[in-house]
Design a protein around this ligand. Structure first.
Ligand code: ADP
Ligand code: ZN
Length: 666
């Protein structure tokens, strides 16, 4: 590639060097200079006075006037002769005479002529009014330039605001319609390959095909096949969508344009569309290449759905332009558009049509194996201690995304460095995980001893009930060290199950209510500390009855709407009678679970107390402590080895109602 002629050189430069900023003061300096200049040059001399018609008539009669000039048809400038100067300006030096007007008079043309004629009637040599056209150039220029300068200055100001200090100098005003895409050239930048992407096996497999398209397009077009133009990566944030797209470019060894959907949207109408055009023309020039549009939902949201704000024409025209561009370029042009979103359901259907983003690849949160591999990838550059066990760390981080794990590794390295260690040890990783899960430890938060006791019993209640229930998640660690908002926390080791039985859900509810039940048994009163637990239990109970069809009375119906189209906030899909029944069943379920929790805790009151005391003493307890108090759990976990894709999975969007992978806090 010819480096010097490379049109993309510019933006690489933009990113690297901070541009020298053009100061604003030059505008002010010019303004001030003009004002001063206009005052100095256009002013008449100090000795000039204004006069009136009566005085002028008198002067003319007396023959004191040398000449009268009518400037621009509206100002009369009166020059006196020597006699007049001696009379009216006795102190003035006679040299002044004739150079500057002695008097000025604002008067209309007609009036001046008649009056002058009248006044000099009968005089032997009357003077004439001399009309003069005079331009005050400076003044006129200033009156043009100043508003213009102000306008330009204002404009520049707005442009700078809009560019939001994104490294663009004031000179970039004219590039507003240019796409802001970032280019990663495989020859210059460090290459991302599949090696850097852990897990995501299925996604990689699908993307592999694209790599092949880019490398040997002929193999596919030879038989008349069409190479896909667009691929949509769908998945929650931080799961590696950008990384995957980059690695495709890296594997195929082609340039990679990266832009976020929101970069297209600007205050000005038409900018989005022109940026899309620009992006595609840049890409075509670099073909074969990959365009990656992150957060495509910013522009790709279904059109005409936004009734409240009257729709967004700018966004629509941007989307239209994108569709046009995608339809426009030939299938063999070698440009493939990858787009990422975490909400494929809200995208405009037109985007998904054949010939556009007709392929979708799901990028999910990593499972246990995936997390271990991500740990491996991010531990490559770290100095690890001997006790670091990736398998264990992966187990400790359910629900973490790839980005979270990358964060854990970095945080662990920082913690170890702060402790002046030679290598990063297990404890550093655990502390990093704790920090990311629960926010920073509140070392100085004040908790009274009696509060501490309540919290200890509450957490011990969770621990005891979950230990005693076959299907509840076994406990890993309980602490009463406050973190973030939570006063105490219990960590469980959820198994990675794909379907959940009614029993499992019920047991989890009991364990969640165990905290409050313990407070009730030990102190005879309950506190507000269980808000989180109650919210969780209520949602779970509702989900069981209304979504999963797990209640006998309500039966096998689900009022869950996976399409998100129905607005159940206003119209319920069931009758009042059913609503009552649902309420009844939900409270029966929760009450039953609470009674069960009370029963278990009453039965193991002694163990509960021991556990709570240990907690108050040590602030943190682990599985071992539970084993010493209660003995081994009689149930062994069943091994689960089947492949994920063959399993029925609970619906994605349910995580707010129920997420089997959630770490439980409080
Ligand atoms: P997304 O685009 O899905 O929001 P990114 O691709 O930007 O997520 O991921 C952010 C970071 O998280 C990556 O730079 C990488 O360090 C880390 N990461 C995410 N997923 C993975 C993965 N599967 N393997 C390795 N690292 C990952
Ligand atoms: Zn609790």
């Amino acid at each position: 590639m010819a480096e010097n002629k490379n049109p993309f050189q510019n933006f690489n430069d933009n990113n690297n060097k901070p541009k020298k900023k053009i100061g604003f003061y030059w505008v002010y300096i010019i303004l001030i200079a003009f004002f001063l200049g206009s005052i100095v040059f256009s002013g008449t001399s100090n000795s000039t006075k204004t006069t009136n018609m009566a005085d002028l008539t008198k002067m003319l009669r007396d023959g004191d006037v040398e000449k009268i000039e009518l400037v621009n048809g509206k100002t009369a400038e009166i020059y006196l002769n020597e006699q007049g100067i001696r009379k009216y300006f006795p102190n003035e030096k006679p040299q002044v005479f004739g150079k500057t007007p002695n008097y000025v008079l604002n008067v209309s043309e007609d009036r001046l002529y008649t009056k002058v004629d009248e006044a000099q009637q009968g005089l032997s040599n009357p003077i004439e009014v001399i009309p003069v056209e005079r331009h005050n150039w400076v003044g006129e220029i200033v009156s043009w330039i100043v508003p213009l300068l102000l306008l330009v200055g204002f404009w520049i100001l707005i442009m700078r605001r809009m560019n939001g200090g994104s490294g663009m100098g004031g000179g970039q005003i004219f590039s507003i319609g240019k796409s802001k895409a970032q280019l990663y050239d495989q020859e210059k930048d460090t290459k991302t390959t599949f090696k850097d992407v852990a897990g995501l096996e299925e996604a990689k497999e699908e993307v592999m095909e694209i790599v092949d398209f880019l490398k040997n397009p002929n193999r596919y077009t030879r038989l008349g096949g069409k190479i896909p133009k667009g691929v949509l990566l769908v998945g929650p944030p931080g799961t590696g969508k950008t990384l995957l797209a980059k690695s495709v470019a890296g594997e195929a060894n082609v340039p990679f344009f990266s832009i976020s959907g929101s970069d297209f949207v600007e205050m000005f109408v038409g900018v989005g569309a022109s940026r899309v055009r620009d992006l595609f023309s840049q890409a075509k020039a670099k073909s074969p290449c990959i365009i990656f549009i992150d957060e495509i939902d910013a522009i790709g949201r279904a059109r005409g759905k936004n009734i409240v704000s009257g729709g967004n024409d700018e966004r629509e025209s941007t989307l239209n332009q994108l569709l046009t561009e995608m339809d426009g370029f030939g299938t063999n042009s070698g440009v493939i558009v990858l787009a990422a979103t975490n909400r494929a359901d809200i995208l405009d259907k037109a985007l998904m049509r054949a010939g556009r983003f007709d392929r979708q690849i799901y990028v999910e949160l990593p499972d246990l194996n995936g997390r271990r591999e991500i740990f491996e990838v991010h531990m490559r550059g770290l100095k690890l201690g001997k006790d670091v066990d990736k398998e264990f760390l992966a187990k400790q981080t359910p629900g973490f995304s790839g980005a979270d794990i990358a964060n854990v590794c970095n945080e662990a390295a920082l913690i170890a460095a702060r402790r002046n260690k030679e290598s990063i040890e297990k404890q550093d990783f655990l502390d990093a995980i704790d920090r990311i899960v629960g926010g920073l430890e509140k070392k100085n938060s004040v908790i009274t001893p009696s509060e501490k006791k309540v919290i200890a019993f509450h957490e011990a209640g969770h621990a005891t009930t979950s230990w005693m229930l076959e299907h509840a998640h076994p406990l890993v660690k309980v602490t009463i060290v406050p973190r973030g908002k939570a006063l105490g926390a219990a960590w469980y080791l959820p198994d990675e199950r794909q379907i959940t039985t009614k029993e499992q859900m019920y047991h989890e509810m009991i364990a969640t209510l165990g905290g409050r039940a313990a407070e009730q048994i030990i102190f005879g009163k309950i506190s507000t500390g269980a808000l989180n637990d109650l919210e969780k239990v209520s949602k779970q109970a509702h989900a069981m009855v209304m979504y999963y069809g797990l209640d006998e009375k309500i039966g096998n119906v689900s009022y869950y709407d996976s399409t998100g189209q129905q607005d159940y906030a206003f119209t319920k899909p069931f009758s009042e009678k059913t609503a009552e029944k649902i309420d009844e069943e939900v409270s029966k379920l929760i009450e039953g679970a609470y009674q069960e929790a009370l029963r278990i805790l009453n039965e193991h009151k002694e163990g509960l107390t021991k556990l709570a005391e240990k907690l108050i003493d040590k602030e943190v307890i682990f599985t071992d402590d539970l084993v010493t108090i209660f003995g081994e759990r009689p149930w062994k976990r069943e091994e689960r080895n089947f492949k994920r894709r063959n399993e029925e999975k609970p619906e994605e969007n349910n995580e707010q109602t129920f997420n089997p992978e959630n770490t439980s806090i409080a």
